[in-house]
Design a protein around this ligand. Structure first.
Ligand SMILES: [Zn+2]
Length: 509
């Protein structure tokens, strides 16, 4: 640590003294040594550079780095998957040895995930839409899954899906493929000239299409069991889910309010943990759409208060979601949010901010407001690299960035993930965790695909230390209690040890 500090100080002095002169006061050997020292210091300064690796982990690191080098060496004229868009790269990623390793790796927690977009679309089509209650409403050229007539969808426009499937001239397979286009961005027709706004319109239409299914208690429960299953199977042991707490209705027409919905999820998680002891649980963040008035926000904060009082330790935070550029900014909500901050127990904010390519707009400045409003974490923080004062503040206050690589690519912020600002955050040792945001809407499952891009595209020279830091930070920056932290850490250490053994003996590759 001291040696690293001295090296960094020396290199800083050297760069300041000589970089502008264009004269290198070094002979050939010293030149090589200095070059080596710069690269080593950069590596040690970056995320994961100071992580302790045991002799076994160092051995595993060599295996991992060798595999990585092989897979990043592109054959002439062949693009490497990490440089490609996820929609094209997915089968290549799945065929790679590195993806197998990352799937096997215990990934700790996923801290940025929206419940209504978390489950794979193919499961929804093959399961929920085959149930007798499943209906589809068609209104003004748009389609909505539902089980009952909705205010936005009259009864005479609503049909039983199984009947529509029977009547489909090209057969049920073709019908199901069409149905899946309603909730999967990969399957929607996309013009190459599509703007971020066009993509967001399609994206929001997926949430609208799913809404009716997730208001029906039996579907809501089956869906969330599947959600836990998909993430647990991907070696994730804990989740923090952003949920809007919609009202539910059951088969007898009985209604359930937000607090009862919280209890339904709580019981479901307990039941899942009983069946899967290596899964450690879920906590919820109340997430409301930015498209609201000040009065709506005040009501949402009241709801948050009642949820955190009744479901203490289960509902842990508050967030505002939706496309930042066209929607209301955090600055415009600040007076109402600040009033709540002066309460005896102020809300814990986990704001989305900086999920934008704009610069010096109010959307881009959401980052300033999120930090001033004392957010615990930042959802995305994609545009943080444009704000040097803020990135220093984030590091000093240990506000972690919830980086979601594939989400940023699919929603049009970046085409090639080697250019994702996560690379810069990693080199600057700005705390970050990897999350998958809405994997069900783009044909991903769990979070391993996002880890693949983080490791192969954003940090191509990093090794096991980088992954270890990401995994342990996912627990460090979560909203769990001290007791829960100890339990998860003990279990995770055991699983990590097994994973390292697997790398050494070849069973993980
Ligand atoms: Zn999000």
């Amino acid at each position: 640590m001291v040696v690293l500090g001295v090296t960094v100080l020396f290199l800083t002095w050297w760069c300041t003294e000589f970089a502008g002169t264009m004269v290198l006061p070094l002979g050939g050997k010293e030149y090589e040594q200095m070059r080596e020292a710069i690269l080593k210091a950069e590596h040690q300064y970056a995320l994961g550079g100071k992580v302790f690796l045991s002799p076994e982990e160092q051995q595993a690191d060599q295996v991992l780095v060798e595999l990585k080098k092989r897979e990043l060496q592109s054959a002439s004229g062949v693009r490497i998957p990490s440089a490609m868009h996820f929609f094209e790269a997915k089968p290549l990623i799945e065929a790679s040895g590195m993806f197998k390793v990352l799937k096997t790796m215990p990934k700790g927690a996923v801290l940025h995930l929206h419940n209504s977009a978390a489950v794979s679309s193919s499961w929804i089509i093959q399961n929920l839409t085959y149930r007798g209650e499943a209906k589809l409403c068609t209104q003004n050229g748009r389609h909505y899954f539902t089980v009952r007539s909705q205010s936005y969808c009259p009864a005479n426009q609503t049909r039983v899906i199984n009947e529509m499937r029977k009547e489909w001239t090209d057969g049920p397979g073709s019908f199901d493929r069409w149905l899946e286009t309603l909730i999967n961005l990969k399957l929607k027709p996309r013009k190459p000239s599509a703007t971020v706004d066009d993509i967001w319109k399609d994206f929001e239409s997926c949430f609208d299409a799913m809404k009716g299914f997730l208001q029906y208690k039996p579907f809501f429960e089956a869906y969330h069991r599947r959600l836990l299953h998909e993430f647990h199977r991907d070696n994730v042991c804990y989740l923090e889910l952003r949920v809007s707490f919609p009202r539910l209705i059951d088969a007898d027409g009985k209604e359930y309010g937000p607090v009862e919905v919280g209890y339904i999820l709580y019981r479901l998680v307990i039941e899942f943990r009983r069946q899967n002891p290596t899964f450690h649980g879920v906590k919820l963040i109340l997430a409301k759409h930015r498209n609201m008035t000040d009065d709506d926000l005040a009501n949402a904060l009241k709801l948050y208060e009642s949820l955190t009082t009744t479901l203490r330790g289960f509902v842990v935070g508050f967030d505002l979601v939706g496309q930042e550029d066209p929607q209301r900014s955090l600055k415009s909500f600040a007076p109402t949010l600040l009033r709540s901050s002066s309460l005896e127990t102020p809300p814990r904010y986990f704001f989305h901010a900086g999920e934008s390519v704009s610069y010096y707009t109010e959307a881009d400045q959401n980052l300033v407001d999120a930090i001033l409003l004392d957010t615990r974490r930042i959802g995305h923080g994609y545009s943080l690299f444009k704000h040097p004062i803020l990135w220093h503040a984030v590091r000093r206050k240990q506000i972690v960035l919830e980086v979601c690589p594939i989400s940023n690519q699919v929603l049009g912020l970046v085409q090639d993930l080697r250019n994702h600002p996560g690379s810069f955050y990693a080199t600057q040792n700005i705390p970050m965790v990897i999350a998958s945001d809405d994997p069900g809407f783009w044909d991903a499952v769990g979070v391993s695909y996002d880890y693949y891009y983080a490791f192969m595209a954003m940090a191509p020279s990093a090794g096991l230390g980088f992954l270890k830091q990401l995994v342990w930070d996912s627990i460090k920056y979560s909203a769990i209690s001290e007791e829960e932290r100890q339990n998860i850490t003990t279990a995770l250490q055991h699983q990590w040890h097994e994973f390292v053994q697997g790398l050494i003996n070849g069973s993980a590759t």
